[in-house]
Design a binder for this molecule. Sequence first.
Ligand code: ADP
Ligand code: MG
Length: 791
Amino acid sequence: MAPTDDIMRKPESGTDEREAAMHRLGAEDRVFLRVDGMHCATCEGFLESAAKDCKGVVDAAASYVTETVRITYDPDRASKETLCDALSTLGYSATLRAGGNDGSPTVIGQSRRSDEPNERGIDEVLGFRYAVGVIFGTFMLLPYAVLLYPAQLSSFFGDGTLDMYASASGLGGGDGLLILPLFLVLTGVVLLFTGLPLLQGAYVSLKMRQPNTDLLVALTIVSAYVYSTIAFLLGRIDVFYDLTILVAASVVAAIFYESLSKQRAMDRLTNLTISHVTEARRYGADRMTTMVDVHDLEPGERVLVREGERIPVDGVLAEGECTVDEAIVTGESLPVSKRAGDDVVGGAVVTNGAAVLTVSDGTTSSIDRLITSVWNLQSGEHGVQRQADRLASVIIPVVVGGAVLTGLGSLLVGTGIPVAVLTALGVLLVGCPWALGLATPLSVATSIEQAVERGIVIFDETVFERLRNVDVVVFDKTGTLTTGQMDVLEADAPSDLLETVAALEQRASHPAAAAIVNTLGKGSQDGDRSRADGGVTDGSDHEHAADITEFTSHATGVEGVVADTRVLVGNLDLFADLGWSVSEQIATRATGARTAGQLPVVVGRDGHAEGVIVVGDEPRPSWDDTLTQLSDRDIEIVVLTGDDEAATDFLDSHPAVDHVFAGVPPAGKTATIRRLQSRGQVTMVGDGTNDAPALATADLGISLGGGTALASDAADISIVDDDLAAVETTFDLADAARRRVTQNNGLALLYNLVTMPLAATGLLNPVFAMGAVVATGGLLAANSFRDLLHE
Ligand code: ADP
Ligand code: MG
């Protein structure tokens, strides 16, 4: 979702491209608004059309999943503030997403730790508002039950007649009489205060002609309220105020719980992103690098950022050239070339080369920017219509039609208008499966929470929906199917060259480079294990004091000029491609190591290979099980690697693997994914910098925890722990989540299963209806909180 260049754009981005082009011309601005109160696909449609109705708005895309609306507008004709105002309507409240250029950043040197995402404000206010309504309302149900239920029950059982409500005799005098007018007012308050998001959702759904569960719930609570009020005015005691209160309160509470769960998942994702920049690689005067806390950096100090890593602070590029992606800051995913002297902005990702930058004066830590701008990256996609909303759009016309017909029928037989209205409302009251509106948020919240508990970060339930339709899963090899924690087994080259190579590899982010630095670099005993421990290094790592005047990173190696000597490090193909000579002996050596399943890294100087470093990598313990289990699901398994064929023998011969594509350069990975997409939905599992384009291109990207910032930005699902087995767990969770949604929607209909036959036989009593509400809600809650994977 965070494309870094054109090949990383999703195929559907035709209009985006146009927009981006216009944006580059400076004609338009883009803003991300956070809109509270958005919780379904209908809201998306409504807010998009509301935004597009504004003067100066070129395009708007809303996503309820992230509660974000992205608006492209003409800054001469609209402003961020007017757009916020325009979208703060009908109970929605739009605010500028802080961050990017709008945030209030931390100045380096001032030690403010902002580990906590700071976007909560509004949600908490809303939550409080509704919580008050919920507690207040339900608390008031006690006296209601004590005074009214006996009367309602005795009028049912007492004389045993069906016209037990004909008079309010049960509450004929004294205290009892007061409770009904009191509840008429109280319930009205709860309906309008606590039930506001539901009423608003219902209004929007009517306006968009797209019935949803909000409309179902609103029909139920409003018809119960109006029914009760008419009944009261007619002097009857068959009132359902309790139903209005309890249904409104529980559905709103569930919606709030859902949004809290998403928030928590989002925080996890933010922390994951931040974890890549809480430390920086300080490049000392002695040309050594040391890992330090970002907050301890001083202006003027130098920092080294490797390919695929995020730039931790604002600065000026001190030497060389590199390409960065500033999407997280600008919202635009374009590769931007930088050369010595250019400003680079914290939060951007180095997509090519490595950056040595000088920390700017009064500079900002990118942490603050990242916390809030993670949203921008994730906010592109629409949510899908939920199963319950689809059901609602079928059920609502039937129930409303039935109510109208029954009311008319009642008029025809001459009952008079009040009774006819009561009859019609009664049909709505018993016929609306309001509990579908309770089932969905509970299902969504559970699946998100249970995924996050297992270290699988999603904040978007539709990810699971998409995962279930996957036909092909593509695995990267190095670092994904293998551990990527490599060891140097042998190093056969002149020792001065090896030292230079280690210095050069210091700037590369490939796991082989980490192994070489660890073993052959100066001070290697406490060297960089950043790949092994998830990108954060403790201890220090050192770069050799050689003078690197040029650095280029290739897909299969690195090249640079060190102390006026050109040095090349990489595989045999790279040497061939660049026209460097490789002696027979070295070639044989390299090929031999490859055949043995090891990784030969050829090293050379001034156009000639001079030796080989043999690096060993192990398949992950769980690779076999993971592939087998996925292929048992009838999913096609493809392995994609930049490595050559000899290194993939163990995969080729595996029964679960359908295809192995070896020797694929990064651009080729994207192209392969595109080709596979003609066969169906493709999921890509990867970890490395050069996997990022493929992760973004695939219908779903899954990144493993040890991977680079670039890879986790590009993915839809982040596995926090570096655990391959979690891939299969993700698929299991998706299946279980679907079953849970279906179960919950089934349970939701229980209420109607009870009330409808009772009503049809004239036996419906408000106390029974309440019993059905409580039973349905209780069962739904109990079912939702069960562990998804242990049914
Ligand atoms: P995969 O696609 O399986 O993850 P990669 O694309 O990461 O494999 O790597 C492909 C090959 O490129 C590696 O096997 C290695 O030979 C070579 N390579 C890439 N970067 C470096 C580097 N910095 N140093 C040495 N070799 C490298
Ligand atoms: Mg890899």
